[in-house]
Design a protein around this ligand. Structure first.
Ligand code: PLP
Length: 400
């Protein structure tokens, strides 16, 4: 009998990956499913980025690169980080890996020993707690409700820190809520962190280019440069450039931490794909009109989704400031009964009901650590969003 290591039994598979598998299954049975679970842009990677990858293949750039990445991509990332944070990074302060996900995982692997605590504001990206658990750490979940815009307050942060705290995670804009930390909010958190010099901060800014506000999003490092030597800013090309399959992410942080991450990477994967590195360098340094155009598409979808969902009696949808998700409060349907007699007692019951009755696939809030909610993704065309909302409305109306 196969017995996996305890680190495997401690964690679960990603619920979003599981939801995607369920949608594929139902589609294979011939059912038409309106899929609002997808966590990746529906656009194709821009042609000039693909061309850069093909050109790299033509030049024979098909070999291992340095663990620390190609000089071209390093330069592009240093410039990008400076633009995003206002701070200068050196090559020794950046790491490049197989997706933001891998960079975050390796950062935990490089820093956590048994019992080390990682403060994770909920609702959270589903992977954070399991990544911490897989690396022997202890997730400390801090529930952040609508009253604080789904964001951690300085008081809540101060209350969660202990002498075992190794990391605090911030994700701005957030998956699943789209919440964005303002300059003032970051300054408030930075003031708490000043008093805890051994705590590191992982700020996951993978959605930073998808931000609906007037100003670009602010990084903690930009607000509190004095924290730069204990902040890891993680990012990647997946979301901004529709490059999820290229698997390319990066981070900027203090050199000793980066060296530890790169040492692990040297034994794990040697380096990210050489071809993807060429594509990512092109993405970061070329004309950024794709980013601007996709933002306007996401904005229109967001506005349609939020207005449509708020018009449904029993649902309430907060307007996301960024990313391409909306986190919908469904407390108004809890306790109701479906036409087949089944009672809706949790957000998971409700999402199952939506799948059965409306053929709409969404993900239950319990997966993100805050109930009763569900997450929809707007990385699908407007017609699907409109049809989904109509189907959700009909299904909700049928509840008694
Ligand atoms: N961080 C957040 C909050 C995400 O939602 C995702 C992807 O879904 C990632 C990081 C990782 O993206 P990638 O590994 O494609 O760079």
């Amino acid at each position: 009998e196969f017995v996996p290591a305890s680190r495997v039994t401690r964690i679960k598979s990603s619920p979003s990956v599981a939801a995607a598998a369920r949608v594929r299954e139902l589609k294979a049975e011939g059912r038409r499913i309106l899929d609002l679970t997808v966590g990746e842009p529906d656009f194709d990677t821009p042609q000039h980025i693909k061309d850069a990858a093909v050109a790299a293949i033509g030049r024979g750039e098909t070999k291992y690169t340095s663990v620390t990445g190609t000089p071209e991509l390093q330069k592009a990332i240093l410039q990008t980080l400076e633009r995003k944070t206002g701070q200068q990074y050196t090559p020794a302060e950046i790491t490049i890996g197989g997706g933001g996900k891998q960079v975050i995982f390796t950062a935990f692997m490089a820093t956590l020993d048994q019992g080390d605590e990682v403060v994770i504001p909920a609702p959270y990206w589903v992977s954070y707690p399991d990544m911490v658990l897989a690396n022997e750490g202890t997730p400390v979940i801090v529930s952040c409700g609508e009253d604080t815009g789904f964001k951690i307050s300085p008081e809540a942060l101060a209350g969660a820190l202990t002498e075992r705290t190794r990391w605090v995670i911030l994700n701005t804009p957030s998956n699943p809520t789209g919440a964005v930390y303002s300059r003032e909010e970051l300054a408030g958190l930075a003031a708490v962190l000043q008093d805890h010099p051994s705590v590191y901060v992982l700020t996951d800014e993978i959605y930073d280019e998808i931000h609906f506000g007037e100003e670009p999003i602010t990084s903690l490092v930009a607000v509190a440069p004095e924290l730069k030597d204990r902040v890891l800013v993680t990012n990647g090309v997946s979301k901004a450039y529709a490059m999820t399959g290229w698997r390319l992410g990066y981070a900027g942080g203090p050199a000793p931490l980066v060296a530890a991450i790169n040492k692990l990477q040297s034994q794990m994967s040697s380096c990210p794909s050489s071809v993807s590195q060429a594509a990512a360098a092109a993405a970061l340094t070329s004309d950024q009109s794709f980013v601007r155009e996709s933002l306007e598409v996401y904005r229109e979808r967001r506005d349609t989704a939020v207005a449509g969902l708020n018009a449904v009696d029993g649902l309430h949808c907060w307007t996301p400031d960024g990313a391409f998700y909306a986190y919908v409060n469904c407390v108004g349907v809890i306790g109701k009964t479906a036409p087949d007699g089944r009672r809706i007692t949790t957000d998971e019951d409700f999402t199952l009901y939506l799948l059965e009755a409306a053929s709409v696939a969404v993900i239950q809030g319990s997966a993100y650590g805050l109930s009763p909610y569900f997450r929809i993704s707007c990385s699908t065309g407007l017609p699907v969003i409109e049809e989904s909302i109509a189907a959700i409305e009909k299904a909700v109306t049928a509840l008694v």
